[in-house]
Design a protein around this ligand. Structure first.
Ligand code: PLP
Length: 220
């Protein structure tokens, strides 16, 4: 199967309200261009430097999403072009994104990463922490970021029941937070679901899926 066929197969199964992020980390430009030529315009990367290099080499009408863990000192390398940062998991990071966005006269959309997996290895904040952040005085001063939703990663397991519970936790977190309406906070997006679990994620309320290997093949 070609990248184009994979993309078309996946897209044909998606409800209209679900956005597909093509996760192209580790893959060469030629693969990304194949997806681009098949109509894909949203790409996700998990390393800032790699994303910046690909952004340089690819057409201008691409939306670049940072889906990985973000180190504060590297935000400056993507602030001029990144469209959505999925993995915002602390307030200091949010402040840095705001500062760098301001330098470029931009407002950068962000998702708050919520820890839904039981594994220790996964990043993210609790619903409580997310709620405290968006209701804080300090947060209201950040004019160059916009919180547009939440993101989560389920535990890496074959146990579908567990994955389902974790997805439902993200959906309920979203439901709890979405009534907060501020100039810089407007929750609409639930980013959950990857190659192995996106149909389940969609059943649980996902509006944005991040799919890599099912489009581009397995990574080394
Ligand atoms: C790599 C990655 C994905 C895509 O994973 P696949 O299993 O290849 O679809 C999704 N989300 C995040 C945060 C990732 O790092």
């Amino acid at each position: 199967m070609t990248i184009q066929e994979n993309l078309n197969n996946i897209k044909s199964t998606l409800p209209e309200h679900v956005t597909l992020v093509a996760v192209s980390k580790t893959k060469p430009i030629s693969d990304l261009m194949e997806a681009y030529n098949a109509g894909q315009r949203i790409f996700g990367e998990n390393k800032i430097q790699e994303m910046a290099e690909k952004h340089e080499q690819m057409p201008n009408d691409i939306e670049w999403h940072m889906i990985g863990h973000v180190q504060r000192n590297k935000v400056k390398y993507m602030a001029s072009f990144v469209r959505l940062i999925h993995g915002v998991d602390n307030f200091k990071l949010l402040k840095e994104i705001n500062k760098q966005a301001e330098k470029h006269n931009r407002v950068i959309d962000c998702l708050l990463q919520i820890k839904i997996a039981k594994e220790d290895s996964k990043f993210g904040m609790t619903t409580q922490e997310a709620s405290e952040i968006i209701q804080s005085e300090d947060f209201s001063k950040l004019k160059n970021i916009n919180i547009v939703g939440v993101m989560g990663m389920a535990t890496f397991t074959d146990n579908q029941k567990q994955v389902e519970q974790e997805f439902k936790l993200l959906k309920s977190t979203f439901d709890n937070l979405k009534d907060v309406k501020l100039d810089n906070c407007n929750l609409q997006t639930i980013s959950m679901g990857m190659s192995g679990d996106y149909p389940l994620a969609i059943d649980c309320g996902s509006t944005m899926i991040r799919v890599g290997s099912s489009i581009f093949g397995i990574r080394n």
